[in-house]
Design a protein. Structure first.
Length: 227
């Protein structure tokens, strides 16, 4: 599903002229079809998250009529887990090490998944600033059981990730989803949580998995109520 300029303006609570300025001057990804622009929802969420801009919860209704109530962000994090002191000198070595430890079915070809992550990085960096990145494959990864998986990794040492703010990355949220719909849902919820300054501050302390999951659950409840 693609968003129109009017959709983006309503979701970001700005004028359509502001959206055009974002496209022309500030790098908002958009595809021009004939004489009209279309914006991919996932790319809008990545772009706004990097700039700490608010997106209305109405974006959840834009995604095939889904509601914000079936979030499941904390559940995806419980499945994927939290890892501390992940070692690696660059994006490829770090992503390879993380994929090695992901809860994937027996026999799954992990090197292929690493290449999917690297291909997405080649299309455009997934670093959103403040030392945080959200690596994910550009296309859904179909897995038996169709589970959404999010793994939070704290790196042993920061690495260059091409972030717009120039800061190296030491915190990664790795997303694996079986469908485009699931990916958009998970990314939208993660973007909402990451706009919370207190949550970002907590991440800098690299706390335990229990504390992080509890805070994610609390924040999910907050934006469910606001929707």
């Amino acid at each position: 599903m693609q968003l129109t300029i009017s959709d983006v303006a309503q979701l970001c609570e700005v004028s359509e002229n502001q959206v055009y300025r974002w496209i022309q001057e500030d790098g908002l990804p958009a595809e021009q079809v004939a004489d009209r622009f279309r914006v991919n929802p996932a790319e809008l969420l990545e772009w706004t998250t990097a700039r700490k801009l608010k997106v209305s919860p109405a974006i959840f209704q834009k995604m095939n009529g889904d509601s914000i109530g079936d979030a499941g962000l904390a559940e995806a994090l419980k499945i994927g887990g939290v890892a501390h002191d992940v070692k690696g000198d660059d994006r490829e070595s770090v992503l390879s090490r993380i994929v090695e430890s992901l809860p994937l079915p027996d026999g799954f070809h992990r090197p292929s998944l690493v290449q999917l992550f690297l291909s997405r990085e080649a299309m455009g960096v997934t670093a959103i600033g403040d030392g945080i990145a959200i690596p994910h494959p550009n296309k859904p990864v179909v897995l038996p059981g169709a589970r959404r998986v999010m793994r939070l990794c704290f790196l042993a040492q920061p690495i260059e990730f091409g972030a717009a703010d120039g800061k190296p990355v030491d915190t990664l949220f790795l997303l694996i989803c079986p469908t485009v719909r699931d990916h958009l849902q998970l990314l939208a919820r993660l973007a909402t949580v990451l706009r919370d300054d207190s949550f970002r501050g907590m991440l800098r302390e690299k706390p335990s998995a229990e504390l992080i999951i509890n805070e994610v659950q609390r924040l999910e409840g907050t934006f469910q109520e606001s929707a």
